[in-house]
Design a protein around this ligand. Structure first.
Ligand code: ADP
Ligand code: 5GP
Length: 213
């Protein structure tokens, strides 16, 4: 049976581990398609244009928004971020799930879009604020000022936890990754994700009626 693709949204305060979990999920199921966001933020060391993000200047980013090519977009930590819509639609129609690493503003917009029936949203919490800071510092990808800005904004993001379908406390990475896989496995079996159920049930019914006629 074929199935519809899910829009899997991961959000968390910066540093809680959603990018790490997204990579784990894609290693678990390589058919998952990652929604490569566009951003006006400068690339971090090791980030690849077109793979981690599409790095754009503000004029190009605003052009995409003006032409209605973004499924959602938001201003986060002084930069613009957004999810281009076309690759998402293509993947969903081909039956692939799409994974989003986006903030609560983007999640809200997708939950109110035409694709809302196929959204699975998961919020990732850190085990403590001290650990959140430690992870941001140890990641060593941002300068102290940026880390301070991200810590300052962390409560703003955390305060939207209740709008999500699932909440995971990312303490032990292996345990959290395994819980995430369980959630995705179950959600793929949602009735609304299985368009072939109707013909399948009709076939079962015919078989049943033939046997009992
Ligand atoms: P986010 O994408 O939410 O900003 P990252 O995935 O970049 O966060 O994780 C931030 C840092 O924390 C990274 O250095 C990552 O390796 C580390 N990390 C992620 N999850 C865990 C975990 N469960 N335990 C310890 N360190 C973790
Ligand atoms: P970072 O700069 O650490 O890669 O991302 C900063 C924040 O922006 C994170 O919370 C991340 O989830 C969010 N983000 C990344 N891409 C998008 C996007 O396309 N849309 C929205 N709304 N947020 C995004």
């Amino acid at each position: 049976m074929t199935r519809r693709g899910l829009l899997i949204i991961l959000s968390s305060p910066s540093g809680a581990g959603k990018s790490t979990l997204a990579h784990r999920l894609m290693a678990w199921d390589p058919t998952l398609s990652f929604s490569v966001s566009a951003t006006t933020r400068k690339p971090r060391e090791g980030e690849v244009d077109g793979k981690d993000y599409r790095f754009l200047d503000e004029a190009d980013f605003k052009g995409l928004v003006a032409r209605g090519e973004m499924l959602e977009h938001a201003h986060v930590f002084g930069n613009f971020y957004g999810s281009p819509e076309a690759p998402v639609r293509d993947a969903i129609e081909a039956g692939h799930d799409v994974l989003f690493d986006i903030d609560w503003q983007g999640a809200e917009q997708i939950k109110h879009s035409a694709l809302r029936d196929h959204v699975l949203s998961i919020f990732v919490l850190p085990p403590s604020i001290t650990e959140l800071r430690r992870r941001l510092v140890d990641r060593a990808k941002d300068d102290p000022e940026t880390i301070a800005k991200r810590m300052q904004k962390s409560w703003d993001e955390i305060s939207h936890w209740h709008g999500y379908d699932y909440v995971l406390v990312n303490d032990d990475l292996d345990v959290t990754a395994s819980k995430l896989e369980t959630i995705v496995t179950a959600e793929r079996l949602r009735q609304s994700q299985q368009p072939d159920l109707f013909p399948f049930i009709r076939a079962l019914q015919s078989e049943f009626e033939e046997e009992h006629s």
